[in-house]
Every structure is written in C-alpha cells, then in structure tokens.
Design a binder for this molecule. Structure first.
Ligand code: ADP
Ligand code: ZN
Length: 606
C-alpha cells in the first residue's frame, strides 16, 4: 500500500501529464483515494461534473491490472475510449459494432496487461467474465449506475445481473457512478450492486452557468423562430431540440431547414446508418442543430452545446436535468428552454398510465409539470428536487430575471390551511379545497358537510383561477405536500403549521389573468457568451481545431474542448512549455498539437 501523500502527488502528476489539469475538482481526489484503498464507492455528480476521472485515475494509479468499465451504450464507450487514447492512455472497448476478431485482440491485450481500461456492456461482461480468470482486474466501474434500479428513470434489466460481480470477484472494489438519483434510487443502487459500506459522494447538482426558461404553449411558428434565433446567436456552437415523438422530430426538423437552420434528425425510427450520419454531422459541426427524441445524447461529451430546447414537457425532472446538462459542459454561459402545453401533460399521463409503474411515474410527471408552471425560482425547484437546500434565488432563470409582482399571502394561506384542517387534515385535494374556500354550492360539498365548516366561503374575494394558482405556489413553496400514496390529498407540512400559527410569512406571485392568457413571445436571453478581448483569437483557434479534426477524422472536441481553446486564447502561450499550462493540455496533446496551435497564435498576433 502506498502512503497517501505519495498517492496524492502521483495522482496530481498523472492528472497534469495525461489530462492537462492542475487540480482535482471537489470530491474527485477523496473518491480516488478511497477506491485506491480498495473500498467501494457511490458517486453522484451532475452531467459534466467530472465523474470519469474518479474511476480513470484509480485505474491509472493501480500498479497492475485493468479496470473494467460497464457502460450501457456503444456510442458512450467509443466516446470515452477515443478521448482516453487521444490523451495517450491505453484503453479500448469491446462491443458488437466491431469485428469479433478485433474484440478478441482487445481482450488478449487486456490479459497481457497492456490495457489500463476496458469498456464493455453489462450483458457481454456477464456472459464472459467467468472465462476471465487470467484477467487481473483493478476495479469495476459501473457508469450510469441508476440503470440498475427500478426506481430510476432508465431501468435496464441487463444491469441487474451486475450483482454477481461482487460474488465473482469479492476483493475488487466497485465504483458506481450516476448523474441522476434521488435518495430511493441511490440506496437501491448500493443494495443491488452489493456495495460494502461504500464511500458515498454526492456533489452539488447546481449548474449555475445554464440559464433556465419555460414558456407555456408558444405557437409552432414562434417555436421555430426561437430556435432559429438561438442558432444565429451562437453561430459557431450547437444546440439540441428534444421532441416527444418521432413525428415531432420530423416536423420540427423540416421547419428549421425551411428557416435556414442547419438541422439534422435523430430518433429510433431511423436506421442505424442514418442515425450515425446525423450524429457525425452534429459532432463535427456540419450540422448546427439536432432535433431528437431522448434516444439521443447519453454520454455525448460535446463541450460546445450552448443550448437545449425541449419542444415538449419531459416525463420527469431527472431526465430533464440530465438532458439540459448536456449544454454548457465547458462552464461557459448556456441556455435551457422548455416549451410545454396541456397536450404534453395528457400525452405523458397516458404513457405513465401504461408504464406498469404508474404511481411513481405519475408523481414524477406531476413534479415536472410544477416546474414548468412555476412562478418561483426554477433553480430552487430543481435543487430541492435533488434534496439540496438553497435559501436564495438564482438570478439566472426567467422567474428571477422577470419577477412577477409579489404580495404577502400569509392570510390567504392561513385560510387554506385551516380549511384543510377542518376537513380532517388529509381528506381533500386541491379541487375540493378551492370549492370550500369559494363557498361553492355543490352537492358533493354539502354531502360531506363541508358547507358547515367555519372556513366555508372564507375566500370568496378571490376567483377560482386565483385560488388554483396560489395553491399551486403554496405546494411549490412547501406549505402543502401532495400525498401521492393517498388519493392525492393535501397534507400540511411543518412549514405550513408555522404559517398557521403566525410564526412564518408567505409571499406569493400575484396572479394576473393577462399573464396567464397572453402568450408571451419567447425571446432568447440577450446575454451572449463573454465578449473578451480573446474572442477573436478564440474563434480563430476553433478553425485551426476544425482543420485538425477534419484531417484526423475525429470530432473537434476530442482534440481540445472549447474551454481549453478559450484558456489558450487568454494565455497566448509562446512556447511548448507555456502551452502545457493551458487547461486541458496534457503532455501527449502538447506534443501532438502544440506546434500547430503555437504557430497559429503567433501568426494571429502579427
Ligand atoms: P461526467 O462524466 O460527470 O458527465 P466528465 O467526466 O465527462 O463528466 O467531465 C466533464 C468535463 O470536465 C470533461 O471535459 C473533463 O475533462 C472535465 N474535467 C474533469 N475533471 C476535471 C478537473 N479536475 N479539472 C478540469 N477539468 C476537469
Ligand atoms: Zn432563479
């Protein structure tokens, strides 16, 4: 066992040499150290948070053996191994898109100790591992680990067999990584994989560089105009437009082409060749926009996706967060825009009803709907969904930027809570509550005796629409919870009790009929990517990168990410040594690409 100080300096050395980074992000080193000591780990980080290094570094640090990385998709494996090889790290993937003879060669290289990392799908790993007694395995990394859980949003039966890994190789540490897991899913992952007292790391899910907006049912033409405007606003970057259905993809794609946007399509109804052609055009920048169903994008490490538009309401917040997380992975300002409508909710409800996991899917959909219709800071809603508490508004969502008028709604809230209280605390839902407050003359109200309680009609001064809107806000702000497991009845929370007792106040956004009806024309946010002095050079370096990418037949981001190019433009290195100080430039890439970029930088300044 190596001493820890030693381990840290070796890790930092490898980080600089192979990846060109000077320091670990929060949590990365603790995870690495823990895996190196042989302990299991469970890592939750948002997309773009830096999960890969958490298992790649222990694989590099291991004196012997090969890390086996389980990954659900071939595209994802190819992307990762390509990036590793581009950094000079011996890694490869076994999968069905390449000849079996080649797969055998890779396996033999692993047996001979020539590979540091081997990527493979779960079903293939489980089919073969019993014949791998010759393979010295340094660790198992389970990427997209939420796929093992029925509670997750992307359950894959093949993943459940991974429980056997611990039985077959009890001494090998397992590190499970995911970008999306609520508490239930998280515990389920650890249990199902048989992790032994795992080191658990949960990072902040905040992606403050992504601005958040939502629009209620803009017309088809406005949607297209909006997306075209985004494409124009970021001419050298790209964007993704997610649609619910294949036909939705097809029609949006057609309209975008008609509007002069370089768009491609991607969905499961296309054949594999057409799909991979779209993917290629998108990755190398020939196409600027991809219209896609959710089949697109898992594990895409394209760093210059500047915006993600959802043309329909997603089915849950986990998926939504993962999808918008593909934007702005370079840390530069990015935009997430959601278009939603009642028709989406109906379509999603129907899916959820048919899904076989009705209750949980309906609940998840309800939370998504609340996000779309929110009148409070959207980021707070997302973060509280992932059990992260925040006490201030983000300043980078439409609600924060164009705040609705607010008023002190403490008294109205007390009326609502006491009505719930007087009907027996958990007996009624939103509909009945509004009827009681409004004093509605209805048979069901009289039959239940609710017309005789003290609060009956106490809220006549406000319309049904106002009450509906305010109660939704009260739910979002945590005054009520909805008992999904009990007829969707309202439950008063501790916070609600405080308001009832006069110990807390509540401020709500004023309902305005005009705001609800008027279809606000969506406009892309005006703040563009930082206009620094380095901008011109940055654009020039992108063309240099594009030329290299074309020559080498790889996607540009595999050469250098946008954030590396930006850092390069700011630092303007003069020689290879200075070039190494650019973020994302390791020794291998410095040697390979340094001279060409240095020449371009020098020439640009003359
Ligand atoms: P995830 O798998 O969590 O979505 P990645 O592992 O792909 O994220 O990392 C996202 C980006 O952040 C990549 O471009 C990666 O190179 C970069 N990155 C990771 N760790 C660091 C670090 N310590 N310093 C700088 N950049 C990093
Ligand atoms: Zn906000």
């Amino acid at each position: 066992m190596i001493a820890n100080e030693d381990l840290k300096s070796r890790a930092l050395g490898l980080l600089a040499r192979f990846y060109g980074y000077r320091s670990f992000r929060p949590g990365q080193y603790d995870i690495i150290e823990s895996v190196c000591s042989g302990r299991d780990a469970l890592v939750l980080m948002p997309t773009g948070g830096g999960k890969s290094i958490c298992y790649q570094m222990p694989a590099l640090l291991a004196e012997r053996g090969c890390a086996v990385v389980v990954s659900p998709l071939i595209a994802l494996m190819q992307d990762q191994t390509q990036a590793l090889v581009a950094n000079g790290i011996p890694a490869a993937a076994i999968h069905s898109n390449q000849p079996e003879s080649y797969n055998r060669q890779i396996l033999n290289a692993a047996f001979a100790g020539r590979l540091k990392m081997l990527y493979i799908s779960p079903e293939r790993l489980l089919a073969e591992i019993e014949n791998w007694s010759r393979l010295d395995i340094s660790l198992f990394a389970i990427d997209e680990a939420h796929c093992i859980s029925q509670w997750g949003h992307d359950f894959r039966p093949d993943y459940t067999g991974l429980a056997r890994l611990k039985e077959l190789r009890p001494g090998v540490p397992v590190i499970a990584l995911t970008a999306t897991a609520d508490r239930l899913t998280r515990d389920d992952i650890a249990r199902q994989l048989g992790l032994h007292q795992p080191f658990t790391y949960i990072s902040s899910f905040d992606r403050p560089n992504i601005s958040l907006r939502a629009y209620n049912n803009p017309g088809a033409r406005d949607r297209v105009r909006f997306i075209a405007a985004l494409a124009r606003k970021y001419p050298t970057d790209s964007g993704v437009a997610y649609c619910l259905s294949r036909s939705g993809v097809d029609s949006l794609h057609k309209s975008l082409l008609a509007a002069g946007v370089r768009s491609v399509r991607y969905h499961a109804g296309m054949d594999a060749a057409a799909r991979s052609e779209s993917m290629k055009a998108f990755l190398d920048g020939t196409a600027q926009v991809v219209c896609a169903t959710i089949a697109f994008g898992m594990g895409i490490d394209k760093s210059n996706i500047r915006w993600v538009v959802h043309n329909n309401l997603p089915s849950n917040i986990e998926s939504y967060y993962q999808e918008i997380g593909r934007a702005g992975r370079d840390g530069l300002p990015a935009e997430a825009v959601l278009f939603h409508s009642v028709a989406d909710i109906i379509a999603r409800r129907n899916f959820a009803q048919e899904s076989g996991r009705q209750a949980i899917n309906m609940e998840k959909l309800e939370r998504m709907r609340a996000y779309a219709e929110a009148r409070v800071c959207r980021r707070r809603i997302l973060l509280s969904y992932f059990s992260e508490s925040t006490d201030c508004d983000c300043g980078n969502c439409d609600v924060c930027l164009e705040p609705p008028e607010r008023f002190d709604a403490t008294v109205a809230t007390q009326k609502a809570i006491s009505a719930v209280a007087r009907t027996g605390w958990t007996n009624i839902g939103v509909f009945t509550l509004v009827n009681i407050l409004r004093g509605a003359d209805r048979a069901d109200i009289r039959a239940a005796g609710y017309d005789r309680i003290k609060t009956f009609g106490a809220g006549r001064d406000m319309s049904v629409r106002e009450w509906n809107d305010y109660i939704q806000q009260m739910i979002q702000l945590g005054v009520f919870e909805i008992a999904y497991d009990d007829g969707n009845h309202l439950r008063v929370t501790d916070f609600g009790m405080k308001i009832l007792r006069g110990e807390a106040h509540l401020t709500l956004s004023r309902y305005s009929a005009a705001a609800a009806n008027e279809k606000k024309k969506p406009e892309p946010a005006r703040t563009a990517v930082d206009e620094t002095a380095a901008r011109g050079l940055f654009e020039h370096l992108k063309t240099v990168r594009a030329a290299i990418a074309k020559r080498e037949g790889r996607p540009p981001y595999i050469i250098f990410s946008d954030s590396s190019l930006l850092d390069m433009a700011i630092r303007r290195p003069n020689d290879e040594f200075e070039f190494l100080s650019v973020s994302g430039v390791g020794e291998y890439k410095a040697r390979r690409y340094g001279p060409e970029f240095l020449r371009a930088i020098a020439a640009f300044h003359q």
